[in-house]
Design a protein. Structure first.
Length: 209
């Protein structure tokens, strides 16, 4: 079963409170989501391998460490996933970015694919799939399935808020995928929205209804 990691860091929890608040406007919401994504990226990359190198400081040579050539890729699920990408790229500017476009059928709540664009060497990369809201889990399960069909073997899932139903769906379909969430909420309502959640992440990021 894929591990679930939640974040108890005070800065993440503090910012998440304002992300949830219905009175937070689009500009501030967008900035807060980007900041939380950056803080989460700090933790999600904790196990990247290092190798030794030597640099010359103004004083002497120093044995130091750099990341050992691990290729990373970010794959936001459109459109809400876009809101987290820039924050991660500030920490990992060399990461390549792919996109998966899925929308949820309002009747069946099942994901429908409409756009896919990935780095050409996607199978060689460790990929972080980004979806702010892990609700039913349908979109995340479908996106991960598509990546596996492209021979990607190392995939992590990153979300702001997860519902128990979505976590279970991903763990059952993809037990090898680790899930990283800033918070795990109570449940889904009859419309597939996370309770208490934060509403529709895409609408709040882009000022749409």
């Amino acid at each position: 079963m894929g591990k679930l990691y939640t974040f108890d860091h005070p800065l993440i929890q503090h910012k998440l409170t304002f992300i949830r608040d219905e009175n937070t406007g689009t500009k501030e919401f967008r900035e807060l989501v980007e900041e939380v994504a950056m803080l989460m990226a700090y933790e999600i990359t904790r196990d990247l391998p290092l190798q030794e190198t030597i640099v010359k400081t103004p004083v002497a040579e120093a044995k130091t460490k750099v990341i050992a050539g691990k290729k990373l890729g970010l794959v936001p699920i459109l459109r809400a996933g876009l809101g987290m990408v820039d924050g991660i790229l500030k920490l990992i500017p060399a990461a390549k970015v792919g996109h998966i476009g899925l929308y949820r059928d309002p009747e069946s709540l099942q994901p429908v694919e409409y756009y896919i664009k990935l780095p050409t060497d996607v199978e060689e990369r460790e990929l972080i799939v980004i979806d702010p809201m892990l609700a039913t889990g349908g979109s995340a399960v479908a996106a991960i399935e598509f990546l596996k069909k492209r021979k990607v073997k190392n995939i992590k899932l990153m979300c702001l808020i997860a519902a128990p139903e979505g976590i279970a769906a991903v763990q059952n379909a993809h037990p090898d995928v680790e899930i990283y969430a800033a918070a795990v909420d109570e449940k889904l309502n009859d419309h597939g929205y996370i309770i208490p959640g934060l509403g529709d992440a895409g609408d709040r990021l882009f000022g749409t209804k």
